[in-house]
Structures are given as structure tokens and as C-alpha cells.
Design a binder for this molecule. Structure first.
Ligand code: DAH
Length: 335
């Protein structure tokens, strides 16, 4: 007796669970609760049972009927609510715009610098950010007593291994593996032990330039820097070289571009000088050639540095270097 009740119940549940749509509910009702459904026909078979079992079976069937009718009503409610939900979905609404990333302003400027030098015949080289003392200092003719080697200025990993303080070590690596003619730039990240402020960051970005061949002169250096200035900031930008000192070049110079904001007349950005300092340059020192295994009697060359962050600050008129590294999307979205 109970097995009939259980069978009907579990069959009802199995079929109810398989239902996906409101319109499939009616056949379920007909099959179980309809006039000729499983429950009705079970009632009809009460007379086949022994007399004393009939009231109990009738009662159990009645209870099952109530139970299944209840469940059936709940199913109707559930499916109606689902349909309602579907109707509320407004397919005419415009889609949500996905958040897509973009190029960081420093990457935009680095790519632009690379494109300019590539078009001038330079190769793009790379070197490690964790560097040996030899490549970062020794081979660049920077003596043991030089202040840049101080623990205060350089981030050391061990006595001999450090985070490169400039991209100049890539010069040495390239000269060691490649014979002249060499015409390369090396963009990349560099590190210094600085407390961050508007113009200092413990890491920033440089581009190193190196050209080595027979008969290279300071005039070639001036020509290339001039060509770069024109392509980067426009034909009316002037370039000037001032005598300076770097251990790895002789003679050495610092070079400036005429202020792009006031066209050289003098303004707040250039502190009324009309000029913006860019970086250093010079003719490769014979000691550097020797350290890299290149004969200084046969070859001459020039080298220059350049700050990517500095050029980006000029290009986009940004006065605080830290904003490049904060990753604030309100800033980054503007590029
Ligand atoms: N390495 C220098 C610096 O970090 C920049 C520099 C100056 C690079 C003169 C050069 C150079 O190649 O010739 O400030």
C-alpha cells in the first residue's frame, strides 16, 4: 500500500524536476491530479483491497493528493515569477561598455622615442635591471671613490650586485657582444635611493644611446640630438650643449632643449631660462672602449642619455613624477 503511495510521489517529483517551462506544467497536472490521473485511478482500486485496509489507504491517498496539489501550485508560482522576470529584461537598453585598459603615458612616450630612433637607423637593445657592479660602474670608468657608488645613492643587492642606476651599462653589454658599427638605443627602468617628491622617484626610466664606428665625431652627436628634438617636439625647438663631466665620456656635455611652453622666451616651467635640461652626452671615453674590448685607436663613438619620464612630463605638461606610478585611472584614462 505504502509502496504505491511512495512510487506516485517520487514519480511526480522526478517529472516536476525535469520541467523547464510553464507550459509543461499542465501535462504534469493531467497525469497525476487529473480526472483520469494516477491518483484518481488509485482511488478506484480501493475496492480491490481487503476491507480493513481500505480506510487507511483512502486516507493516505487523500493526504498525497493534498501534498501534490500544493506542490503543483508552488511550481506554477515559481514559473510565473520567472516569466515575469524575463519580461522585465529590457533588451532595448544599450549595453554596458567593458572596461578596457590602455597604454600608460610612459609607454606611449617610450614607443614614440623608439620609433624616432628606429627611423634614424638605431637598433633597440635591452639589458638587465639587476646588474653587476662591473657593468654599472667599473666598465663605465666610474672609480671606486665616485659618490654615485655610495650606499646612499645606489640600491645594492650584494656588494657586487645592484639595481642599475642608469641604462649606460647596456652600452658595455652591447659592445662586448657586437663589433662596430654599432648604433643603438636602450630604453628601460633604473633605480636610485631617492625619497620620492615631485621630481624624484626611487625608480624612473631612461634611454641610453650609443653610436660607435670609425670617424664618429661630436658633430654626429649634435646632429642626432637635433633630429630627435625636432621630431619629438617640433621643428622650432632649439638644442644647446653645455660642457659637463661624466666619467664615461670625454669630452662630456649636458644638452638642453628650448622651452616648448614659452618657445624660449622664459616662463615658470623653464624658470625663466628659456631652456629645459634634458640629459648628458659625450664622446665615449677610451677606458670604456677598453673595458668593452673595442680598440680606441680604430674606433670613436658618442653616447647620450635621456629621461623618458622627463620627456613625458614636458610633453603632457605634468609637474609631479609620482603621478606616473600611482596608477590612478582618473589620470591614466586621459591618454
Ligand atoms: N648615465 C647618465 C645618468 O644617468 C646619463 C648619461 C650621461 C648617459 C652622459 C650617457 C652620457 O650616455 O654620455 O645621468
Amino acid at each position: 500500500m505504502n509502496t504505491i503511495i511512495d512510487k506516485i510521489r517520487s514519480e511526480f517529483h522526478r517529472e516536476a524536476n525535469a520541467i523547464k517551462d510553464l507550459k509543461d506544467l499542465e501535462p504534469l497536472r493531467v497525469k497525476f491530479l487529473g480526472r483520469k490521473g494516477l491518483l484518481s485511478t488509485s482511488f478506484d482500486r480501493i475496492s480491490e483491497l481487503p476491507k480493513e485496509q481500505r480506510p487507511l489507504f483512502g486516507k493516505a491517498l487523500n493526504e498525497l493528493k493534498k501534498e501534490l496539489e500544493n506542490e503543483y501550485q508552488n511550481l506554477i508560482k515559481q514559473f510565473k515569477a520567472k516569466e515575469e522576470q524575463k519580461r522585465k529584461l529590457d533588451l532595448t537598453l544599450p549595453g554596458r561598455r567593458p572596461f578596457i585598459g590602455g597604454k600608460h603615458p610612459l609607454l606611449i612616450v617610450a614607443d614614440e622615442i623608439k620609433d624616432i630612433f628606429r627611423s634614424l637607423g638605431f637598433s633597440i637593445e635591452d639589458g638587465p635591471e639587476i646588474e653587476n657592479d662591473f657593468f654599472n660602474f667599473e666598465a663605465l670608468n666610474i672609480p671606486k671613490t665616485h659618490p654615485a657608488r655610495d650606499m646612499q645613492d645606489t640600491l645594492y643587492v650584494t656588494d657586487d650586485i645592484l639595481l642599475r642606476t642608469h641604462t649606460s651599462p647596456v652600452q658595455i653589454r652591447v659592445m662586448q657582444r657586437q663589433k662596430p658599427p654599432i648604433q643603438m638605443i636602450a630604453p628601460g627602468r633604473v633605480y636610485r635611493r631617492d625619497t620620492p617628491d615631485a621630481s624624484h622617484s626611487p625608480f624612473f626610466h631612461q634611454v641610453e644611446g650609443l653610436v660607435v664606428d670609425e670617424g664618429i665625431t661630436f658633430a654626429d652627436l649634435k646632429g642626432i640630438i637635433q633630429a630627435f628634438a625636432h621630431r619629438m617636439f617640433g621643428e622650432d625647438v632649439k638644442v644647446r650643449f653645455r660642457p659637463s663631466f661624466f666619467p664615461f665620456t670625454e669630452p662630456s656635455a649636458e644638452y638642453d632643449f628650448s622651452c616648448v611652453f614659452c618657445k624660449g622666451r622664459g616662463c615658470r616651467v623653464c624658470k625663466n631660462t628659456g631652456w629645459m635640461e634634458i640629459s648628458g652626452a659625450g664622446m665615449v671615453h677610451p677606458n670604456v672602449f677598453k673595458a668593452a674590448g673595442i680598440d680606441p685607436e680604430t674606433y670613436t663613438g658618442y653616447a647620450f642619455g635621456m629621461g623618458i619620464d622627463r620627456i613625458a612630463m614636458i610633453k603632457y605638461n605634468i609637474n609631479d613624477i609620482r603621478i606616473f606610478f600611482e596608477n590612478d585611472v582618473r589620470f591614466l584614462n586621459q591618454f
